[in-house]
Design a protein. Sequence first.
Length: 176
Amino acid sequence: MKTAVMTTALIATLGLGAAASAMDAITEADVQAAQQAWGEGIVTIGQAYSNGEDYRAAAAAHIEQFYAYGDHTILFKPTLASDEQFRGDFDGALSYFVGGSIEEDGGFAIAPYTNVRWENEGTIIDSDSAMAMGNYFFTTTEGEEVKVEYSFGYVQDEDGELKIVLHHSSLPFSAD
């Protein structure tokens, strides 16, 4: 019951309604599929960059597919952002992924990465919204994994697809 109350409070805070009430309830498999597809999208952006293709278009398509910009308030705190640490609009997200309008952005997704692996610490589901927290690992072209901590919040769009409304990621704490 406490989880449902917390999730309902999060939905109210984000300005989300019960738009998905007529849809099937979100499952943990749905969250895992959305995570897998998001990671594959990051790899695709980097491949487009490496191949001299239109990586900006790939990044724009990625953001449109996975984030609910234009439909909901988005809370996005990227891993490598410190001067302009929050990206509440589409252009800010695009700048983070491929570089652009924000000076500190070097283009996170054009690194490139060859894989993204997820380890969920936990998932909370409340029929039309879900939250997941854990670690994801970005594999570099040298085969090394970069560990990043994340929290993602999802809602269903009118087609029942999961869209990100909360994305917070950070590098693990280091005492060094």
